[in-house]
Design a protein around this ligand. Structure first.
Ligand code: HEC
Ligand code: HEC
Length: 304
């Protein structure tokens, strides 16, 4: 006990009943702690003077520097826009084909187009244009085109949209053929894509397809679709957008039941129009955005 060094006390002391008074020691805080503490107070006051700090009833103290997160964001966005402006101006003046021949502009347009696609087109066409199997939304990464796979054709489809007109053929649904004839047509479509084996039904279906039912007027002499096929040897009207029935790529499905349903009830896939001033859409894209997204779609692999 005697080696205990003298400790500073506050002078306050409690009663000692058993000869050991309870004293209140005064242990000073370590210097470094104390000075850091004062430092934080000084820093708080400086911060308060220069930066937004205290809430007031309807406003807040704004600080001498006038800094705000919103302003910082606005400035950063303005900087980004200023950097993009010369590129966008160039892109605006370039023709679509010209862009595909300029590697750096192509890269810029594809990057912009990809994000436009993600925001507007992916809900129907799937991420990266891989399509959605059942809804009649075409895959955009293959070289099978309903309307056109040229870069100009793609830009045109995006600008004006496209409504498919595949009429109903069975009487119950407004067509002019009975169920048996629809069965025959179904067998012929299955034959076109290398399926089915009922030769007689296929032959009857083929006659209807080429004659009375008028399928060939839209799907072409060989059923290869309006984008590729011919009608009596002449190229077809591309805007029909009738699909190739001879490949294994289907909008709705190539199994017997689905093909039959397409023929019996008809189909009317609808691609919205995106160009300014076009009717039937509330998502308008600027001509520049359409250019970028057309370049992107064309770059996906199947562009012609
Ligand atoms: C509401 C769903 C929907 C949205 C959104 C949509 N599309 Fe489509 N798109 C379709 C459908 C359905 C078709 C097929 C139309 C037809 O059969 O005539 C189509 C067809 C197309 C075609 C023609 C393909 C071909 O084979 O000729 C292109 C190109 C295309 N879309 C690009 C786009 C782009 C780019 C966007 C975004 C700006 C977009 N689509 C947004 C539904 C959509
Ligand atoms: C007026 C033009 C037109 C006529 C006539 C027509 N089609 Fe179509 N057909 C289309 C179009 C356009 C589509 C694409 C529908 C869509 O995108 O929603 C289509 C789609 C189809 C499909 C679905 C293909 C798929 O990929 O899922 C089948 C099957 C089909 N037609 C068969 C026929 C048969 C058989 C006939 C004759 C009985 C016929 N079509 C007559 C325009 C036509």
């Amino acid at each position: 006990m005697s080696e205990e060094k003298e400790v500073e006390t506050t002078g306050h002391q409690w009663d000692d009943d058993e000869g050991y008074p309870l004293k209140e020691y005064n242990n000073p805080l370590p210097r470094w702690w104390l000075y850091s503490f004062y430092g934080t107070i000084v820093w708080a006051v400086i911060y308060w003077i220069f930066y937004p700090a205290w809430p007031l009833v309807t406003d807040y103290t704004r600080g001498l520097l006038g800094w705000s997160m919103h302003r910082q964001l606005d400035e950063e966005l303005a900087q980004a826009r200023a950097l993009q402006k010369p590129l966008n101006d160039r892109l605006e003046k370039m023709g679509l084909a010209e862009i595909t021949h300029d590697p750096s502009m192509l890269q810029y347009a594809v990057a912009g187009g990809k994000s436009i696609f993600g925001d507007n087109c992916a809900p129907c066409h799937g991420n990266g244009g891989t399509g959605s199997r059942s809804g009649g939304f075409p895959v955009l990464v293959d070289d099978d085109w309903l309307i056109s796979g040229t870069i100009e054709g793609i830009a045109d489809t995006i600008t004006h949209g496209h409504v498919a007109m595949m009429p109903a053929h069975q009487k119950e649904y407004g067509g002019s053929f009975d169920a048996k004839q629809v069965d025959d047509l179904t067998q012929f479509v299955l034959f076109l894509s290398g399926q089915g084996s009922n030769k007689e039904a296929q032959a009857r279906g083929a006659a209807l397809f080429k004659g009375e039912a008028g399928c060939r007027n839209c799907h072409g002499d060989l059923g290869k679709g309006s984008a590729k096929d011919t009608l009596d040897g002449a190229p077809m009207e591309k805007s029909i957008g009738a699909p190739n029935l001879t490949d294994a790529i289907w909008l709705y499905g190539g199994d017997e039941a689905t093909v039959r349903q397409s023929i019996a009830k008809g189909r009317s896939g609808r691609m919205p129009a995106w160009g300014p001033g076009s009717e039937g859409t509330n998502h308008k894209l600027t001509p520049l955005a359409i250019k970028q997204v057309a370049v992107y779609v064309h770059s996906l692999g199947g562009g012609q």
